[in-house]
Design a protein. Structure first.
Lengths: 397, 248
């Protein structure tokens, strides 16, 4: 195997600065939105006492699980010993760290009292899955940074596969933790399922891979560096497998729910007559987010087209956001079944499907967090040697 | 034989007497603690009490919301005319049984679970359960993550969506934190024995709400629970609620 040379990107082109400029503007808008929501209180958002988690959580949870998935390329190289993936590993680690930080900042800025973040770090209830997640997230950041250091520092290279193994195990636990935030909620019909943990793991693989592909394409296209077809083919095939796995686990999730009569109501709501949620589930999550990308990735006419693979990746990201919307918002919109067998009416919206219209501030905060993650990647590859000079087939294999 | 006590005798007498008094005090106070469970206001909260409620839905009158008004007055729960985001500590719920068409009505509030899901999920420990069974939010620890609202099976909690003025000193509230029924804890801690909602219901002549100590076998609530059928909402969740209902 040839020695891979990693180099910073030049980052002096007009395109680079335009990209960075756009991201900075989006970050600023997101930050101002957070300030406004914090100052006015959450009544200026679409969130209510019924839909308590809104658009910020859709973005945050998506970014957090995509972060753990983005690390997967590195894991394939170090944990499973696939040599062709090793040159791709540093970018994978960087992307994982940046996506996680983007997601976390959205989550934190949506708190009712973000100024009390220190309380969340000094006062713990160890029975809370949220408290566990605080350690899982910070631990993931720390472990991935060490893993990156071992990969990028020649003297530490020999330990990098061990660090990669730790990071791999940690990321599985992390996504289990994120899925369990919902899975442990016994009171809500949409949740209360252990399947949510593996479902989030499988979704993370696809979302992270899709974002990885898009960043890789952009970086190599933008810098004019060589990116070989074999590398692209491997990554897109992995993406395809992950998408198929999503379809399987989503099927299992709904079958387990459909088997018991008590959950027929919520299943009917999501799958048949839930309006926007049914549309997002079938149309965007399954149709645009899974079926269309699968066709694009495997149909002979498009399978080797980078444009088609990029489009498939964009659709997987859209499908992922839709999946989060259906799970997080849809799961709250469906009324809690407090009195099974009774029709319920009250001043507090008992027994009715809860309305939710996301405000522009929430969306701006979520987009801002995403932009922050991408900006950190954009700057990261300019200041440190994350990207190989060439990923041409002859240089990689 | 001389009746006079030697110094040794009188010392022995004092010594034994002292021990006897000490023993009596120790034994006696133990007995007293076990007999009378009432707690004085300056005493710490203990598990000797478990405060709870029994609500007879058959007596909850149509169109009456005296309990809601009384709770709002007592705790300064004011709104901004925005029902979607205004706080509600107690609400009346109308029920219609699908199979039979029978209708009934009841007040719904924090059920003060023995195993509260809100306390389990709270990352900072802001949601907590006192030894006497009252589930509260520590307003200094709440970071406003709303995970407790996701976890509560009874939708008992409200998030404060905007700035609040003119609060009652007995119920501090603040933008960005979560709150719910306190079972009028400020009254209990003063040694009072009723809640605002119960008082209002009694005053309106309905007597649907009964508050009391579930651990005191002589309390009215314990006696009624021992002799009359009652139920817990979503009892299948095994949370052992402090609030019980009749007629549903």
């Amino acid at each position: 195997m040839k020695t891979i040379a990693y180099r910073e990107i030049e980052g002096t082109s007009a395109g680079y600065y335009v990209l960075l400029g756009v991201l900075v503007v989006l970050i600023a808008i997101g930050g101002l939105s957070a300030l406004y929501m914090e100052h006015e209180g959450h009544h200026v958002t679409g969130m209510t006492n019924q839909i308590v988690w809104g658009m910020p959580h859709v973005f945050a949870v998506f970014l957090i699980i995509a972060a753990s998935g983005a690390l997967n390329v590195a894991s394939v190289g170090s944990v499973f010993g696939k040599t062709p993936y090793k040159p791709l590993a540093p970018l994978s680690g960087l992307l994982a760290v940046c996506l996680l930080m983007g997601g976390l900042i959205v989550l934190v800025l949506d708190l009712g009292r973000p100024d009390r973040l220190i309380v969340a770090m000094t006062s713990y209830n160890f029975k809370s899955i949220f408290a566990w997640n605080i350690f899982l997230y910070t631990g993931f950041l720390g472990i991935t940074v060490v893993y990156l250091w071992f990969m990028m520092e020649r003297r530490m290279n020999e330990y990098s596969s061990k660090a990669g193994l730790v990071a791999f195990v940690w990321r599985l636990i992390l996504t289990t933790g994120t899925g369990s935030i919902f899975g442990f909620l016994v009171a809500r019909s949409m949740y209360d399922s252990a399947v949510l943990a593996p479902m989030f793991i499988i979704m993370s693989l696809a979302f992270g891979m899709a974002i990885y592909l898009l960043v890789l394409f952009s970086a190599y296209h933008g810098t004019g560096r060589a990116l070989g077809d074999a590398t692209v083919r491997r990554l897109k095939n992995l993406l395809g497998v992950f998408i198929a796995a999503i379809l399987l686990i989503v099927l299992i999730f709904h079958l387990t729910k459909l088997y018991g009569t008590q959950y027929h109501g919520v299943e009917r709501f999501i799958l048949l007559d839930g309006g926007i949620y049914t549309f997002l589930f079938w149309g965007v999550q399954i149709g645009l987010g899974c079926i269309v990308p699968l066709v694009l990735l495997y149909a002979p006419a498009t399978a080797s087209s980078r444009g088609a693979i990029s489009l498939a990746s964009v659709l997987v990201v859209l499908g992922g956001l839709a999946a989060m919307y259906v799970i997080i918002i849809g799961g709250q919109a469906y009324p809690i079944e407090m009195f099974p067998g009774w029709e319920v009416q009250s001043s507090f919206a008992d027994g009715v499907v809860h309305e939710y219209a996301p405000s522009m501030y929430e969306i701006a905060l979520g987009v801002g967090g995403t932009a922050l993650a991408l900006a950190m990647v954009t700057v990261g590859i300019k200041v440190l040697r994350f990207l190989p000079l060439s990923l041409a087939d002859a240089d990689v294999e | 034989m001389s009746k006079e006590l030697t110094p040794t005798d009188s010392y022995r007498r004092r010594f034994l007497g002292g021990i006897g008094a000490l023993a009596a005090a120790a034994f006696g106070s133990g007995v007293i603690v076990n007999v009378a469970r009432a707690r004085s206001p300056d005493e710490a909260v203990t598990g000797n009490q478990r405060w709870g409620m029994l609500i007879d839905t058959g007596k909850c009158a149509d169109g009456c919301d005296e309990c809601v008004k009384a709770c709002n007055d007592e705790n300064g729960v004011t709104g901004h005319g925005r029902p979607e985001t205004d706080a509600q500590w107690i609400r009346t719920v109308t029920l219609r049984e699908k199979a039979t068409g029978r209708t009934t009505k009841l007040p719904m509030m924090c059920q003060h679970c023995e195993y509260p899901p809100c306390v389990d999920v709270c990352p900072t420990g802001a949601s907590f359960r006192r030894d006497d069974g009252i589930v509260l939010v520590d307003k200094h620890l709440c970071i406003g993550c709303r995970y407790c609202m996701m976890a509560c099976p009874y939708k008992a909690r409200s998030f404060i969506h905007e700035v609040i003025m003119d609060q009652k000193h007995n119920a501090p509230r603040g933008k960005g934190t979560v709150e719910s029924c306190t079972l009028c804890v400020h009254r209990i801690d003063k040694g009072e024995t009723t809640t605002a909602c119960q008082d209002a219901c009694t005053k309106a002549g309905h007597n649907a709400i009964l508050f009391g100590d579930l651990k005191d076998p002589n309390s009215e609530i314990s006696k009624r629970l021992a002799n009359e059928p009652s139920t817990q909402v979503r009892g299948d969740l095994g949370l052992n609620l402090g609030v019980r209902y009749q007629g549903i």
